[in-house]
Design a protein. Structure first.
Length: 331
């Protein structure tokens, strides 16, 4: 298998890529709905991919529940773990050999090095200014270690993380935010490809998956935007086409906090149990996205004719404190 894959599919291909580490909440539904609308309005193909790269947190029953919730919302897909497709497997846990192959390819290029820094050391390192979600800038402490120094650290029982060596400033056009340009330091510097426990890093897995599955449009939350240059660099190194990106604003709770798995009242299964209809959820999210003039029920198919990136807000969207009551009133 060749690490370099050519994207020869001219048809727009997007992906829904949930992590089966919990249940879907309104924030997930928000980004997945916008992705579905973008792809379906362009008559493209949708891939469902389970990003279950973390063996400690991923659970098969969460994957089943996620597919059930997506179907309940009225979102469908053309390829995925349940229906198959030309780029199977569609679960990351089944693609570990592929990730190792790409890591070996990058290592052969001289673009990787082992890092023996502990988590505590990483936290205390002085760093340049950086964006919130990428952590402190790694200063390249282990980049210049020679064979003897590496042996010494391994004799101390230190296990190494494998990092990608060197990056570049990256500019790209985002469908929501327009022109984006980020320096390598702003993106955290040299980043891990494989953790010290052997688990493949998200940055590598998602880039390889998008490359292998010919994904040409990536729609995801704005919190991931600082990581995008890392993935673009991987596309460049692997001589693969770079997808187009749309980083949609985050959905916040009434206190301004990002929706997360701790917001169990906003989980789709909880809303369903309280009698909220899927059309109420879809219509309310569309209203908050600027696709509908009022808070009304709608199906995803009914929104295809009104979808446009220019309508999507750039700033985070805050939900009201009584979101369940609001959804129950949607007609």
């Amino acid at each position: 298998m060749n690490p370099i894959v050519s994207n020869s599919d001219a048809l727009l291909r997007g992906r829904l890529a949930p992590s089966p580490t919990g249940h879907l909440h309104l924030g997930n539904a928000w980004s997945f709905l916008l992705c579905w609308l973008a792809v379906r309005s362009a008559r493209g193909r949708l891939v469902l991919r389970m990003e279950d790269i973390d063996p400690e947190r991923s659970r098969p029953h969460f994957a089943e529940d996620i597919m059930r919730d997506l179907a309940w919302l009225g979102l469908d897909w053309d390829e995925g773990p349940d229906v198959g497709g030309p780029f199977a497997p569609y679960t990351q846990a089944a693609r570990l050999e592929r990730y190792t192959e790409v890591i070996n390819y990058l290592t052969g290029m001289g673009r990787t090095y082992p890092c023996y820094c502990t988590r505590k050391e990483l936290k205390t390192m002085a760093s340049a200014p950086h964006l919130e979600d990428v952590g402190p800038v790694y200063p390249g402490t282990c980049l210049g270690l020679g064979p003897e120094q590496r042996k010494e650290r391994e004799a101390q029982g230190r296990r190494s993380t494998l990092r990608l060596c060197g990056g570049e400033d990256v500019g790209f056009e985002d469908f929501v935010h327009g022109e984006i340009r980020l320096g390598w330091a702003e993106c955290g510097g040299d980043f891990p490809l494989r953790r010290s426990d052997g688990v493949i890093a998200y940055q590598l897995a998602v880039a390889v998956d998008d490359m292998d599955q010919n994904i040409s449009l990536v729609v995801r939350g704005a919190d991931i935007l600082p990581c995008t240059p890392r993935q673009i660099l991987l596309f460049h190194l692997l001589k693969a086409p770079v997808p187009r990106y749309a980083h949609v604003p985050l959905l916040l709770d009434h206190e301004g906090e990002r929706l997360a798995k701790r917001h169990q009242s906003c989980e789709l299964r909880a809303l369903r149990a309280q009698g909220v209809s899927p059309q109420a959820v879809v219509g309310h999210l569309a209203y908050r996205a600027g696709l509908l003039p009022s808070n009304e029920a709608a199906s995803p198919q009914e929104l295809l004719s009104v979808f446009a990136w220019g309508k999507i807000p750039r700033e985070p969207v805050k939900l009201g404190s009584a979101i369940v009551d609001t959804l129950l009133r949607v007609k």
